[in-house]
Write a new protein. Sequence first.
Lengths: 542, 202
Amino acid sequence: MNVKETISRICPSVSFEEGECLLVVVPETDWYPLAKQLKENPDLDFDVLSAVVGMDWKDSLGVVYYLTSTSHNWEMISVKVAVTDRENPMIHSVSDLWKVANFQEREVFDFYGIKFINHPDMRRMFLRNDWKGFPLRKDYDANPALNPIPVDDEKHEDETVKYVEDADGNVKEVRGKVFEENDYVVNIGPQHPSTHGVMRFRASLDGEVIKKVDVVSGYIHRGIEKLCESLGYPQILHFTDRMDYMSAHQNRHCLCMCIEKAMGIVVPERAQVIRTMMDELMRISSHLLSFGCTAMDLGATTAFFYGFREREMVLDIFEKTCGARMSMNYNVIGGVMADLHPDFVKDVKALIEIMPERLKEYHTVFTGNIIAQNRLKGVGMLSKEDAINYDITGPSGRGSNWSNDCRKKHPYAAYDRVEFDEVLETGCDSFARYMVRMREIEQSCRILAQLVDNIPEGDIRAQVPKVVKLPAGHWYAQVEASRGTFGVYIESDGSKNPYRVHFQSPCFNLIGVMDLTCTGHMIADLITIGAALDFVIPDIDR
Amino acid sequence: MAVNIKSMKREDFKDNEYIDALVEELNATGANVAVGKLDQLINWGISNSLWPLCFGTSCCAIEFMCLGAARYDMARFGFEVARNSPRQADYIMVQGTIVHKMAPALVRLYEQLAEPKYVIACGGCAVSGGPFKKSYCVVDGVDKIIPVDVYIPGCPPRPEAMFYGLMQLQRKIKVQKFFGGVNRQQKIQDFFRQHPEDAGEY
């Protein structure tokens, strides 16, 4: 049955807007019942909440939700909910339906001050709890005197608040604590070598066993989304390289794709193939780093050197063509920045020739090791249902046997003309996630081998107007980054600056399952679970 | 007294002026022969076993890991013992953006380092805020909150650039006065005179 008809039958008060995907505008009072139907009605079955985008439309504040149905051919719809009250905006939380909304809604609260009714833990996500104002609102006062550089630690970080609605519809504020009074809480981070950046966890323990993990994020929150609103489209591209720096090409590819989609630019074939190859090289480099770091977190320093040896080969390829080892700034609107280096084909062939042998070496050095096996197998269990509910995409989700590869579901660039397998593992544990990464390196090599001799001749970028302007409207694009599905949402009012840019990062969802996967395990396993989930902190905080 | 390192020739470095100024300052105050020799010995030791604190917030940290791996191998210079505790480290190499929420933690880590301690601002973000300078919650340059010895520009700096910066720090240490000197104490006091809000116990 048609999705549109079903929705209007369930909830007659909605209105529809046609766009790249169906947009459902629903009044706030009807949002929660509709959400429940969207999730649970078998005709709709939107089981994945792909993105939650907070918005300030000046006359109203609101949220745009992007929902995907895995059973209905990965069809996507968006839902818009808005409230006009700027002083005390409130929207019903859907965090009990889609668990991924828990952190996503906290982010919206942090940026826009929208309170979510019945949300279990309405604290700020990235900014300190003494921050004044909501930075992504259009009327935010950016005066540095209001929020000077702090000199002391955050106070009252244990306190949390809930907005609970009773049967009569009255909303009451309920204060509570994150941990119970007699909990023994161990602090990990923000400066800790095994958190892969400045992430902070607070774990309450029963002996050595973890009872609860509280994730404290925001130690590298740079406000990229707000910065984007004051810059032109070509100027915002470089931020994507600096979010998940291990998926720099893919992230930038996604933003370029979203802008190209909005402007109707057709990217030349040569650029499409180059982009695909760069994405796969980036994936290899990322998974090699992940291998090295997982090994190092377990104390196996030697394996780290092996992983980095091959990673340098990839970096050399990047350096020759893009001019930099990291933060390559290679994709541009309409194509790529520069043509391939004459050595490119030779270097890529050399890489894919040695990789199978080197992978065997990694497995000899590390994978088969009894310590590695004991510390990865059966640890950090994440069922397929939870992976879908928490929207854990990428290698971590595929380790739970959830087929979610964006390259297969919504093919883009040159992925529709290459043969590769989507790597799936059934283990659901840390070891399965680790193995997915190792096997994905093989698949990336396979894609590269098919393309390396078939790079079409032609232009490397399309003709793009000097001043890039998008028509009024909004767009959402997705790519498969090294750690999962990376999404970009752009809303334009027709000027040369975006009205709103939102980056839906895969790593942000990964930290959402830290509590779920770590509870019941030893404190030492928190490190290996984190290593196997393989999050990159600047991608979480943005 | 001058900076004379066998493997690091003067002409290999571009900015020798500030080292010359430091040498001049050192010579002007005059040094006792015995103390001067002891100074040289100690500075030789410190400069060849500089232990960094693992402190990476973003991309620069990955390049720093490349420094530790086999190709660049920072063990050649004595930098390889990256410590996780500030109590055991000699310097902080700030790799990445420092935001408002992180600032108190960085200041505390700096305070926890034992003297003599040094700071390297590595990468555009740590030097000046880099591409995020105009953000609402980014500290535009770590020198706003802690004193910096060496700046390494780049986004992120190449491993070679990081070595250049680290070698500059070594050269700088060669001309510091360990005994009876006021270099570092003076510097800290000067810093907190300029930033009275951070003075605290000083």
